[in-house]
Design a protein around this ligand. Structure first.
Ligand code: UDP
Ligand code: MG
Length: 337
């Protein structure tokens, strides 16, 4: 072996002794990040922390983090989280100065989460940490988002039934067959939460947003418990807002790139109907049957035409808008090679 070859061999030997950065990274990697949005849940936090530790430590070989997002609580929630943090530094807390809502809390938690998998759950002990392994198992089968389905639900009667209707309509409009869209307990691959943009009250539609962004979404039945402490922060009264949000979700996912297809289709149909109505009146008038001034139907026909034309114009304005934003569109790329 000449000198050059020799030094080369030594170099390779040295290189193999050095820890490989990629394997080193893998051994420090956080496997699961749990994101818990909470607003005034002081009584549940210590109990929840204990349960999470018990499930996560063996499941991840201690490679986990729990991020509590304190959504402007005015009770002792933050102090309770501090107590958990002092005992176990894997528990973290992000506190808002005011109450922004569950969507905002999730969004901030999502941006912070470092884990390969991200699990969200409510802080009120209604969701069971023991379901986390089942959710992760399903992710490992190739899904990107696994949503909990509260098959047997422990909530007030009115809420259970209004929520059934909500889920039925959402499933029908969005084209995803899920029983329970708004379950607090969900698991995601990290890439999904980094792409989601949760604002307003969009947390109800996370599976829809992920589905329309090209991710594989499914659900599994999970155990649910009655609320042990405190009161629910959401009543059945949010219903109308929830359905308005469904409209927003549909227009900003399916039709974001082609507003004229949405407004133009409805507008064309309505205008066409108006023409038919007026054509009928004109034919009658031609045949000398009645004066048009005697026909209230005329006003109806004209209104349809004007309304339809307005919808088409709104669609065209939308197209002008999207053209100027087109270069900012963020396509979801699976991989490249
Ligand atoms: N929550 C929040 N911000 C709010 C309202 C609620 O972070 O403005 C949290 C709440 O503390 C709980 C979760 O969202 O951890 C679900 O809320 P809740 O249990 O009141 O809803 P329900 O189970 O009754 O639908
Ligand atoms: Mg609850």
């Amino acid at each position: 072996m000449n000198e050059k070859q020799n030094s080369k061999a030594q170099n390779t030997q040295k290189a193999s002794q050095k820890p490989n950065p990629s394997t080193q990274k893998a051994s420090n990697e956080i496997i699961i990040s749990v994101v818990v949005p909470l607003y005034n849940e002081e009584d549940s936090i210590l109990e929840l922390g204990g349960k999470l530790e018990k499930v996560l430590a063996p499941l991840t070989k201690n490679r986990y983090e729990v991020i509590f997002v304190d959504d402007g609580s005015t009770d002792g929630s933050r102090a309770k989280i501090r107590e958990l943090h002092n005992r176990n530094s894997k528990f973290h807390c992000i506190s808002f100065r005011r109450n922004y809502g569950k969507s905002a809390a999730l969004q901030v938690g999502f941006k912070e989460a470092r884990g390969r998998f991200v699990v969200t759950m409510d802080a009120d002990l209604q969701d069971d940490p023991e379901e986390i392994p089942n959710l992760i198992k399903k992710l490992n089968e190739g899904y990107d988002l696994v949503s909990g389905w509260k098959k047997k639900r422990y909530d007030p009667f009115i809420k259970v039934w209004s929520s059934k209707l909500f889920n039925l309509v959402t499933s029908w409009v969005s084209g995803i067959r899920l029983h329970d869209f708004n379950c607090g307990l969900k698991a995601y691959k990290n890439v999904v939460v980094k792409r989601l943009n949760v604002y307003g009250e969009m947390h109800r539609y996370l599976p829809v947003l992920a589905h329309w962004d090209g991710f594989k979404v499914t659900e599994i039945p999970i155990k649910h418990h009655p609320r042990k402490y405190g009161k629910s922060k959401f009543g059945a009264g949010r219903f109308i807002k929830g359905f308005l949000d469904l409209l927003t979700v549909m227009i900003t996912t399916r039709y974001m790139q082609r507003p004229l297809h949405f407004f133009g289709t409805i507008g064309t149909l309505i205008t066409f109907l108006g023409f038919i109505v007026n054509l009928y009146l004109i034919i009658e008038w031609f045949l000398g049957k009645t004066y048009l001034s005697n026909r209230p139907l005329l006003l109806f026909g004209i209104t349809l035409i004007i309304f339809g034309a307005q919808l088409i114009s709104i669609g065209l304005l939308g197209e002008m808008n999207i053209k100027s934003l087109a270069e900012k569109v963020n396509y979801n790329i699976k991989d490249k090679f």
